[in-house]
Design a protein around this ligand. Structure first.
Ligand SMILES: [Zn+2]
Ligand SMILES: [Zn+2]
Ligand SMILES: [Zn+2]
Ligand SMILES: [Zn+2]
Length: 345
């Protein structure tokens, strides 16, 4: 069995896959199983696989499993597609294991990808299924507060939705990194920037917000789904609205702070969702008996908003759409009252 296993790994490193298998050789990933909760993402340490000793029989070796390390995480991956194995798992007569999708593809070749034994004899490998179910790894974001220990094969899908995934503070020279909830707390306490966490939305989906000059963070309810089909729901998103006051006008830019996005403005993370922002500004001077010549003014905009986790800092103003509102209609007060609507498609 030991020989088979090493042959298996050798096949992987030489990039020898089966039908539909990976085209590129995969590097040995010792320690990629997980990180120490206190390690903050280090990947060089071998993974530990703490096991519950509750089922340990007296005198058994189970209690010592807390010190188990997995030196080669490839051992838990399918020998053909190299993805983490999960039930149902199949093995050839010799014991080479594959996932069920690859087992189906191998049927066409009629041979095991390693030893060439006819695949008609593939059968479930319950021992391996039990093993992969029992291996739990700490979340990549354990250092940011996630206590979940996902199954090894589920590690990546959890990471993509983990609410503890970190984003960066937009403050210049500020090195704070944390979940969106922690970021909101940080900017309101450390920087004293306005944070709007409860916004009332009218029947048209607009929220009336007062933006101060500078950074404003808004935890907004965004409608998601297909309006034409009437299947809409809502999801909370963290928005960064920056108001820059210049000599003649205020420039407003909007960014979607999403820990699961890439660091570069405009690039997309694991999902391809697009955010659309509508802003509406109006000022009515009809009833105000003052010296202004202006009677009524309104502007509206509809534009796409870039997703970023701010790991590369705040995107340059030229890299996103900027709303321009003349100071002559906004006045000299601090900030601007504006209506915001966010849709995710
Ligand atoms: Zn596979
Ligand atoms: Zn085989
Ligand atoms: Zn997590
Ligand atoms: Zn900060």
């Amino acid at each position: 069995m030991a020989d088979s296993a090493s042959k298996d790994r050798a096949a992987k490193r030489s990039g020898r896959g089966g039908p539909g298998g990976g085209d590129e050789p995969k590097q040995k990933r010792a320690g990629s199983l997980g990180v120490d909760a206190g390690g903050g993402g280090g990947s060089s340490a071998p993974a530990t696989a703490p096991a519950s000793a509750s089922r340990a029989h007296p005198g058994s070796a189970a209690a010592s499993l807390v010190d188990v390390t997995v030196e080669d995480a490839d051992a838990l991956d399918c020998g053909v597609c190299f993805l983490p194995l999960k039930s149902p798992i199949f093995q050839c007569d010799v014991g080479h294991v594959v996932c069920s999708l690859c087992r189906d593809k191998l049927q066409a070749t009629g041979k095991c990808h390693v030893c060439g034994v006819a695949t008609g004899n593939y059968r479930r490998c319950h021992a391996m299924e039990q093993l992969v179910e029992s291996i739990r790894v700490p979340c990549l974001y354990a250092a940011h507060g996630c206590a979940l220990r996902a199954a090894y094969y589920d590690q990546e899908s959890h990471r993509l939705v983990c609410e503890h995934a970190p984003c960066h503070c937009p403050g210049e020279a500020c090195s704070f990194v944390g979940s969106t909830a922690a970021l909101l707390d940080h900017v309101s306490t450390a920087h004293k920037w306005p944070c709007i966490t409860t916004v009332k939305t009218n029947d048209n989906g607009y929220s009336n917000v007062h933006l101060h000059d500078g950074f404003n963070l808004i935890l907004a309810d965004c409608s998601i789904g297909n309006k034409n089909k009437g299947s809409t729901s809502s999801v909370q998103c963290l928005l960064l609205l920056t108001v820059e006051r210049q000599q003649l006008a205020r420039f407003i830019s909007v960014h979607w702070i999403d820990p699961h996005a890439a660091g570069t403005s405009g690039s997309q993370g694991p999902t391809s969702k697009e955010m659309e922002c509508k802003l509406w500004y109006s000022a009515n001077f009809e009833l105000i008996r003052c010296s202004t010549w202006l009677i009524r003014h309104f502007q509206s905009w509809k534009f796409r908003v870039a997703r970023t986790n701010l790991s590369n800092g705040l995107p340059k103003p030229d890299d996103c759409f900027q709303v321009v509102v003349p100071n002559s209609v906004v006045g000299d007060g601090t900030g601007i009252q504006i209506e915001v609507r966010i849709d995710i498609n």
